[in-house]
Design a protein around this ligand. Structure first.
Ligand SMILES: CC(C)(COP(=O)(O)OP(=O)(O)OC[C@H]1O[C@@H](n2cnc3c(N)ncnc32)[C@H](O)[C@@H]1OP(=O)(O)O)[C@@H](O)C(=O)NCCC(=O)NCCS
Length: 211
């Protein structure tokens, strides 16, 4: 397996490093577009700078694009990575996560410790399922979605492309979360959420357009 470089150097990126260590995958550094981070050391590894700063490593490394929780930024990093001819890293799945033959996981996705997927769950590309997420039967999580720690999603739920499910929130069965929407932390969602909207609260209600 080629060594990995992780997009971002914030809290989530460093947690992805932690996941890689748990999996025995080798990480050699971080990437960050913010020039003030170039040359810093985070959790013992260098921040190389922006992707063009490591063009000489193009064929020697794989890039972890889901090193940031924000789906918009994640998609930006995926597009930039492929545009510059780098290969995104394979999905990173903590060894505690049991995947049956009835689950499908796309590429570049991250599944952290303690997450549970039951039967017939489909997870797309560059998704983040953070620690302790519960996904139930027949759920579909589309590309670039981010599910924060401790969220519980009942059966037959569809989480649209680029949607974010906030920390500790719960989604009722058969609900659809629109693309690029945001569910506030600690919410209970009991009705369909349109695309590009913020819903929050118990029960979750429309707050405003998102972002
Ligand atoms: C949803 C969130 C991003 C909104 O942040 P924001 O842009 O600062 O929100 P705003 O201040 O514009 O809030 C808009 C409205 O939603 C409400 N709201 C925001 N988050 C809420 C929440 N989690 N629960 C209930 N209401 C919430 C605000 O009170 C406000 O309500 P009002 O218009 O009736 O007064 C943020 O509150 C949140 O919940 N983030 C989740 C963080 C998370 O999951 N982190 C995990 C990291 S691993």
């Amino acid at each position: 397996m080629k060594p990995l470089v992780i997009w971002g150097c914030g809290g989530h990126a460093r947690e992805v490093l932690h996941l890689c260590e748990q999996m025995g995958a080798r990480v050699i550094g971080f990437l960050d577009e913010r020039t003030e981070y170039k040359g810093k050391v985070m959790d013992g590894l260098p921040v190389f700078g922006d992707l063009p700063d490591i063009l000489h490593l193009k064929d020697q490394v794989r890039i972890v694009c889901a090193g940031v929780g924000d789906p918009f930024l994640k998609k930006h990093f995926v597009d930039k990575t492929t545009r510059l001819g780098f290969q995104p890293a394979n999905s990173l799945i903590h060894p505690s996560v049991y995947l049956s033959k009835r689950n499908t996981i796309g590429k570049g996705t991250i599944i952290c410790e303690g997450t549970i997927l039951t039967t017939n769950v489909q997870v797309g590309n560059f998704v983040i399922l953070n620690r302790g997420v519960i996904l139930s039967h027949d759920d579909i999580i589309q590309d670039y979605a981010t599910v924060a720690p401790g969220a519980s999603i009942a059966g037959n739920v569809m989480v649209g492309e680029g949607a974010t499910i906030g920390i500790g929130s719960s989604i009722r069965e058969k609900v659809s979360i629109g693309a690029w929407s945001m569910i506030g932390g600690g919410s209970f969602v009991k009705e369909n959420v349109p695309p590009h909207t913020l819903y929050a609260g118990v029960p979750a209600v429309y707050k405003r357009k998102w972002p």
